[in-house]
Design a protein around this ligand. Structure first.
Ligand code: ADE
Length: 419
């Protein structure tokens, strides 16, 4: 039978399987869901196509969906984030995986199309690329898709604008927006994995550095607190006045990027928008400044501007390119401006992906029975799924909490009590 996968090196499967098992042992929510799914098979015969970072944590989700009876296919959601050993292990376990680190643009879309050729009923995206491709070049698949799920802030924004324009043709669940996803994954996950990426790539000391973060959303604030924890002097650049006040009251220096550019040692963008660092900023930066992005797409740092300004460029370490500008300053760009936490490190720790992917697994199950009643809009995750994931997590980490008494519940539900 012809192979139904494409990975870089099949001989890495055993090493990948060990890392997946390690992740699994840190993901109690998915473990509990998998045990139930294996008995109840709620996803029996359901075709699920996933476009996610192919990491050991994603592999645990794939195993969970498969245990539930789903026919799963997977491609990577970023050219530099695939862990080749994990992809090999998944292929050996019979999952149709089309992913390897370093795909070019054509290969990237070839992989997505392979997964779409399976005629998915549910799509699971990290950045909305499957949904975009279905709506642009694979419209014949639209009638067969019962719903999609989206994992990122960037993707949800993109999908909400599609829905507002009437362009969205099937319902999508905004997994990103549920508390058990963005409170943990975006804050603690991005915070830790971004520091991890910057440190692995540069091996620089963080203490004493001026660490400039563009964006004080959930990701930016997670990163700011980790950078401060390591002794950096953190500067925030924001465009949203409310978030700027929050950053100020959280004790960070807030200023325009034009000011921050002059003093920063390390810059990380976390905004979800384009052209956050451009020519005029590069021209102001100190010799030796490090530049990285942790937003989903590689549009936040204008690498084209950097190329134009540079008189020479060379790789000085894996994933670190030195750009020597005409003013003699060297600026170090990490991972070509792609997300540093997955390109230079292994992404978020398993413990936070546990709740994000617990949501994904339970939403997949919910969609099988509820998708019919949904319209082509962007929906929140049902509250009881979020609560279930939180309870499973608390159980998994051995934490018990108080419960409201009947009198307390009644008090909260009443409006008659005054002063
Ligand atoms: N996004 C960020 N970290 C991730 C991880 N470890 N696995 C999958 N997606 C991620």
């Amino acid at each position: 039978m012809a192979k139904d996968y494409k990975v870089k090196d099949e001989s890495l499967a055993a090493a990948g399987a060990k890392r997946i098992d390690w992740a699994s042992s840190h993901m109690p929510v998915l473990r509990k869901i998998r045990e139930r799914f294996a008995k109840e098979k709620p996803l029996k015969g359901v075709r699920i196509a996933a476009c996610l970072h192919v990491t050991k944590e994603t592999a645990v989700l794939m195993r969970t969906l498969k245990a539930g009876g789903a026919e799963v296919s997977l491609c990577g959601s970023n050219p530099l984030s695939t862990q080749d050993d994990v992809a090999a292990a998944l292929a050996a376990e019979g999952i149709s995986v089309y992913a390897w680190r370093g795909v070019n643009n054509e290969e990237y879309y070839w992989c997505l199309n392979q997964v779409l050729d399976k005629k998915p009923q549910i799509t699971t995206d990290d950045g909305a690329d499957l949904i975009s491709l279905i709506h642009s070049k694979r419209q014949e698949l639209i009638p067969g898709v019962i719903a999609g799920q989206e994992e990122t802030t960037t993707g949800v924004i993109r999908l909400k604008s599609m829905a507002a324009d009437g362009a969205l043709k099937f319902p999508v669940i905004a997994v990103n927006d549920t508390p058990t996803k963005h409170f943990f994954d975006n804050v603690y996950g991005t915070g830790q994995s971004t520091m991890d990426g910057v440190i692995r790539a540069t091996e620089e000391l963080i203490a004493g550095k001026v660490f400039v973060i563009a964006g004080y959303g959930y990701c930016g604030r997670g990163l700011a607190s980790r950078a401060r924890g390591m002794g950096a002097s953190v500067v925030i650049a924001e465009v949203d006045p409310v978030k700027a006040i929050e950053a100020h009251l959280d004790g960070f220096r807030v200023m325009k990027m034009d000011e921050a550019a002059k003093i920063g040692d390390i810059f990380v963008t976390a905004t979800g928008d384009r052209d956050v660092l451009v020519k005029r900023h590069f021209e102001l930066m100190k010799d030796g400044a490090v530049i990285a992005n942790t937003g989903h797409f590689d549009v936040e740092i204008n690498v084209g501007d950097l190329e134009k300004l540079a008189k020479s460029k060379k790789e000085v370490k894996p994933d670190v390119e030195s750009y020597e500008l005409k003013n003699g300053h060297k600026l170090y760009l990490l991972a070509q401006g792609r997300l540093v936490n997955l390109a230079c490190a292994n992404g978020h720790p398993s413990e936070v992906m546990d709740t994000s992917f617990g949501d994904q697994a339970l939403v997949s199950e919910w969609l099988v029975t509820h998708a019919k009643s949904l319209k082509p809009k962007v929906y929140d995750v049902p509250k009881d799924i979020d609560d279930t994931v939180a309870k499973l997590k608390l159980e998994g980490i051995g934490v018990t909490i108080d419960e409201l008494t009947p009198e307390q519940k009644k008090y909260l539900a009443s409006w008659q009590h005054g002063t």
